[in-house]
Ligand binder design. Structure first.
Ligand SMILES: [Zn+2]
Length: 427
């Protein structure tokens, strides 16, 4: 088996979530593991939803390879069948090629290769292919942590979540994700007094109250906060740009405003502060009735070190006392330090694989992956998005978009990296 063959097969198994049907991937991997005599366990979390955990070697050192088997819906407008899995001119085509069946294929390939080796591992390599990542992990990683945490207990994990490498001022930069922002989705409510719309002065218009509050919020100026890892990332980017001076929270915006690549600059900016985006609003019932109620839903993302109290305090400053604030969906930010032997090992192997002239830097993700659950369970987790050096930079927009694909050299790059990591850590 080759990684591109495995990936092609995985793409052809439709695991769009909802409904998921991840049992299809589990059955496929089961056959591969059976043929290779690799021990595994299958954990069914619901009908047609399952997780598979394979392990190689034994011993107290434990390394976890994590990936998820579900994918997001394909949507319209593709130039090819999203589930074709075609391998053509060195590219594998289809939904999941990057998120996250490509990583899964590389992890499975690595396990199959290592299973053939005469020298056994001095430790345990665990591979977990989990369901339901795209919808919150209830039937996947959360299920495993609640029902059989010992099966995925490891010293550290390697998962998706790292940014793909970028070409920046003449140099390739590889990333290792060390943390994920948390969510504090909030519901705002304004109350008023209704009356006939023909004499509005007799009422108290809740829609206008909310509009004023949101207008204030539009002027929100979050304080910037530099986590040491993000500071290190920005400092290195500046150095590569040929600029001197230290990155401080006072000058971070000036620096980011000078970056040509706006989407990269805004992603970096989101790593330095809480973000607030009012995305849904509703109030009133009829054109001739002054509304006594209005609500709004705000997408709020917070950095490691910020919490619910911080969010309420920030909102209160802009919304005043008249608006009811409720955080109705809270997921804490998570973080694994770069000051660990695990991080240093991942970094050194990345350099070995990609060449000493690259930069390898830590980052925080504005969004979330299954790593947040592992970190909350005490397992340091690091995200990678490693690709071959000459990969097509255009593919990064195909994640959760159309025409998702990956080049075969990038699959081998991932596999070689994982192989070297397993060999080195478990030797
Ligand atoms: Zn994913």
């Amino acid at each position: 088996m080759t990684p591109e063959r495995i990936l092609s097969d995985l793409i052809r198994l439709n695991t769009v979530n909802p409904p998921g049907n991840e049992i299809r991937v589990v059955s496929y991997l089961k056959e591969l593991f059976d043929a290779a005599r690799i021990p595994y366990e299958i954990m069914e979390s619901a009908k047609d939803r399952a997780n598979i955990i394979a392990r190689l070697g034994s011993g107290s050192k434990k390394l976890l390879f994590l990936s998820h088997s579900d994918v997001v819906p394909a949507g319209e407008g593709w130039d090819f069948d999203p589930f074709c899995g075609d391998i053509c001119n060195g590219v594998v085509y289809g939904r999941g090629a990057l998120d996250c069946k490509g990583l899964m294929a590389a992890q499975v390939y690595t396990l199959l290769q290592l299973a053939r080796e005469v020298v056994p591992l001095n430790g345990t390599l665990i591979l977990a292919a989990t369901a339901d990542e795209e919808k919150g992990g209830h039937f996947g990683i959360k299920y495993l942590l609640e029902n059989c945490p010992e099966k995925i207990q490891a010293d550290f994990a390697v998962n998706e979540g790292g940014e793909e490498p970028v070409f920046w001022n003449g140099r390739m930069i590889y990333f290792i994700q060390v943390g994920e922002k948390g969510t504090a989705w909030s519901k705002l409510q304004a109350a008023g007094k209704s009356c006939h719309g023909s004499v509005p002065a007799l009422g108290d218009n809740a829609v206008l109250k909310m509009a004023r509050a949101l207008n204030n919020l539009a002027g929100y100026e979050p304080e910037s906060r530099l986590i040491p890892e993000v500071e290190c990332l920005l400092q290195e980017l500046l150095r590569l740009k040929g600029l001197d001076g230290a990155v401080k929270k006072e000058n971070v915006d000036i620096l980011l405003n000078g970056f040509d690549d706006k989407s990269f600059a805004e992603t970096l900016r989101a790593m330095t502060r809480m973000t607030v985006s009012p995305n849904v609003i509703g109030g009133g019932s009829k054109t001739n009735i002054v509304p006594d109620f209005c609500s709004a839903s705000i997408d709020i993302r917070i950095l490691p070190g910020q919490d619910q109290k911080y969010v309420i305090g920030e909102l209160r400053r802009y919304l005043g006392e008249d608006i009811l604030i409720e955080i109705d969906n809270y997921v804490a930010p998570t973080f694994s330090t770069s000051q660990s032997d695990y991080y240093r090992l991942i970094e050194s192997i990345t350099r070995e694989m990609a060449g000493e002239e690259i930069s390898c830097l830590p980052h925080i993700s504005p969004g979330a992956t299954d790593s947040r659950f592992l970190r909350s369970a005490g397992i340091p987790s690091y995200g990678i998005g490693h690709m071959a050096r000459e990969f097509d930079q255009d593919v990064r927009t195909t994640i959760h978009g159309k025409n998702e694909r990956i080049d075969v050299p990038s699959l081998y790059f991932k596999a070689d990296f994982l192989m070297a990591l397993a060999r080195k850590y478990l030797s």
